[in-house]
Write a protein that binds this ligand. Structure first.
Ligand code: AMP
Ligand code: MG
Length: 421
């Protein structure tokens, strides 16, 4: 069965697959389900390397040159024939980086050589200046280095024809320098992903307008905007849509027609899901899940036409947690990335942790340095509406389903925010 058919079947009849229970999905299972429906955007573009930071390579990069391009000296010193090292050597000239020694080296001769300078023909070893003694034109070696010492060989870093960056590699600053070092001015990358997002909720008001009784400011569009900007996608803010079927239908269809991905926040919790479910069942294949996690229990994922749809829970922390735990990796896959895993590691937690076994929790943590060691503490209260906890935090403390309450001093898994995107 192809992926589209599987999605259709799961959307129509959730009991069709053995290990699939939309009301009890683990975080890992949900990630796996989403991952199988993703493939990179088709279009690619050729871009100057300065424009490519954060883009994914659409083709491997192969070196057309050797690096280094010639045998060169790793030291300031003297280049000589190792077999003649026991006698004082006659200075025959000097080799500078970018200005080689062009003479013919006589028997018993040596060349003063600078770091990076081309090794003259016939010479096999370089001795560092500090291990020599010069008197007039005669140079004696106080310490004889091993044959071939202090010479960087042609192609020892990168050889002609070697693949230096694989397809799907995300361009980092070092890669931009590396590409330049190979004389490569342009590379082929996947085009930017077009992502539309909107909020849902009658209670929401946009910043800049006064609040009436019972209304709240729409914050999700701003945190989503920030997370999407950090990923380097082409993000479009479609505003706040009222809990009105017609308005939602119009926005969803328009967004799906013109974007690779549509993200909504709110409207997928138990009370509101039926309404969204009907709408999405009419136009696409969308799965509604209750995930064994906290915060961020309800989540919808599926296809609306050619577009991928993510329905995130509306609580501001839940929106961010579900984005980081599910949407970010999915977007990276669609962007063409070969690696989407977020780094995590174990560290001692100085706070006691309140938790009941059963769900994976993403508590907000602060990594800090205590003396020589990094430790983590929680941000305190962990309510899913408390966006200040995300703002104070610099990491998630990831507590798996089996974990219960922990005393202070336990080792916990953390996912740092920086480096996470
Ligand atoms: P929902 O998922 O629509 O049931 O929303 C859950 C909670 O999150 C409710 O208290 C909403 O008022 C709140 N909420 C939903 N969307 C937003 C938003 N865009 N900004 C701030 N709070 C929101
Ligand atoms: Mg709502």
């Amino acid at each position: 069965m192809n992926n589209q058919d599987l999605l259709q079947q799961l959307a129509n009849d959730p009991s069709c697959a053995d290990d699939y229970d939309p009301n009890a999905m683990s975080v890992t299972q949900a990630r796996q389900y989403i991952q199988q429906f993703l493939s990179p955007v088709q279009d690619t573009e050729t871009m100057a390397i300065k424009q490519t930071l954060g883009r994914m390579l659409a083709a491997p990069v192969v070196s057309g040159i050797n690096v280094p391009g010639h045998n060169n000296s790793a030291m300031d010193g003297f280049a000589f024939r190792h077999a003649e090292a026991n006698q004082p050597l006659t200075l025959a000239g000097t080799a500078f980086a970018g200005n080689p020694f062009t003479g013919v080296l006589p028997v018993g001769g040596c060349v003063k050589i600078m770091t990076g300078a081309v090794i003259p023909p016939g010479v096999d070893t370089v001795v560092m200046q500090e291990h020599t003694h010069s008197e007039g034109e005669l140079v004696s070696l106080l310490k004889i280095p091993a044959f071939g010492a202090n010479i960087r060989l042609t192609g020892e870093d990168i050889a002609v024809g070697q693949t230096v960056l694989a397809r799907g590699h995300q361009i980092q600053p070092a890669d931009m320098g590396l590409l330049a070092s190979l004389g490569i001015a342009e590379v082929q990358v996947y085009r930017r992903l077009k992502v539309a997002f909107f909020s849902t909720g009658d209670e929401l008001v946009s910043v800049g307008q006064p609040l009436q009784a019972g209304q709240i400011y729409d914050s999700n569009r701003y945190s989503l905007w920030g997370m999407l900007q950090a990923l380097g996608v082409d993000a479009h803010d479609l505003g706040n849509v009222a809990d009105d079927p017609q308005a939602l239908e119009n926005t969803l269809l328009e967004a799906a027609n013109t974007h690779d991905v549509v993200i909504s926040s709110g409207g997928v919790s138990v009370g509101e899901a039926d309404f969204m479910k009907q709408l999405l069942a009419k136009h696409g294949q969308v799965l509604f899940w209750k995930i064994n996690m906290k915060p961020g229990r309800p989540l919808a994922y599926g296809k609306l036409g050619h577009s991928h749809y993510f329905g995130l829970p509306g609580n501001p922390v839940s929106t961010m947690v579900t984005f980081y735990q599910f949407v970010q990796a999915a977007l990276k896959s669609l962007m063409g990335a070969s690696a989407v895993d977020q780094p995590s590691f174990k560290v001692e937690c100085v706070s006691a942790i309140r938790k009941a076994p059963g769900r994976t929790e993403f508590q907000r943590g602060i990594l800090f340095k205590q003396g020589q060691h990094w430790q983590v503490k929680t941000t305190g209260e962990q309510g899913s509406g408390m966006l200040s906890s995300m703002s104070q935090a610099n990491c998630f403390i990831v507590l798996d389903e089996a974990t219960g309450a922990l005393a202070a001093g336990a080792m916990v898994e953390v996912q740092p925010f920086s480096g996470a995107c």
